[in-house]
Ligand binder design. Sequence first.
Ligand code: HGY
Ligand code: MN
Ligand code: MN
Length: 414
Amino acid sequence: MRQAAAPSSVEGALDGQFQRTWEFLAGIGRNGRTGGYRRFAWTAVDLELRAWFAEQASQRGMDYHCDRNGNQWAWWGAPATGALVTGSHLDSVPDGGVYDGPLGVVSGFLAVDLLRARGVEPGRPIAVTNFCDEEGARFGVACIGSQLLTGVLDPDRARGLRDVDGHTLAESMQRAGADPSTMGRDDEALSWIGDFVELHVEQGQRLVHLGAAVGVATAIWPHGRWRFRFEGEANHAGATRLVDRRDPMLPFASTVLAARALAEQAGAVATVGKVHVVPNGTNAIPSRVDAWLDSRAPDETTVADLVAAITTTAQRAASSADTTVEVTRESYSPVVDFDARLRNRIHEVLGGVPELPTGAGHDAGILSARVPTAMLFVRNPTGVSHSPAEYASAVDCVAGVRALAAVLEDLSCR
Ligand code: HGY
Ligand code: MN
Ligand code: MN
């Protein structure tokens, strides 16, 4: 229901409000040397971000709730079944961009401000969320908060996940003052989500080519993460003859090159962006090389076939170097086709904005297995993401807030 239109000052204030909110948040967890962000789950930086979220809720008189999986909720209206939920995540990849995640959370809060200023009285409660550990940068599994919430991730497995220093997720949560003992599927919290709409910076340049500031997501490619553990024999870099070596770096190197060639043939993508070498000494033949493959494709069969082909290549290469390889799937998200009813309604409310798929994973993708979800994308002129070069103009960000507000207003009355 809508009362008298807000004075233009509120609409005009949105630009400044976005700028102020954004500049404050952008100061948290920024790596001064690279300009990227290091916002990892349950670290001191993450606690600063979580405190920021709670403060944003408090400033708006919104009820704040942290669920058993570390996901934060700010409520306009009391938590209730079938509410309208928006939000995203605040964590980042190592030296990630500033927009991936936070843009959706900030836009959620500012969309609430806009609706309130316009005198909108939602027909159902509206919540803004921060889903915990979406990037999986510290413990290796993507979308931990939403995967636990929906029951996709086993809580015992989650508690035992370790970071590069060997700290478990459970220990890290306890150290941060959170209780890991109750994590797991949360049907009550899930019941709160009648519809979920996530706004996110586009990770690509489709909207640039389409000349649009905002778009609606159609689908998310299936994707996953596999650890390739190559093991050989540590030895001296100078005193060991080539014929006597069992060097795991060799099969690792040929597997990375094969992954790229096989992905190209399959019309898919494959990335090895994280490598952990033991003992990682310049003058030491490694005993072990751990490499993580991120593989994605338009359909699940292609992903499965591609990873199988890469695994076969790795096994052959390991054997010919007299080494071994063990492949472990650490994280997997099936294909997501967003809810057609929501998508069409949003498309209509926004006057026919472009529709586009994405190769990037999101909490909305995880939630879509259990509740109706949709995504809005905001134009990224560089198209680059997971890098300090990720960008969205303030004008487009404010256009995103307005679009999200329009969608929430429409959906709030069902
Ligand atoms: O990896 C992804 O696609 C997402 O950014 N977590
Ligand atoms: Mn990301
Ligand atoms: Mn993201």
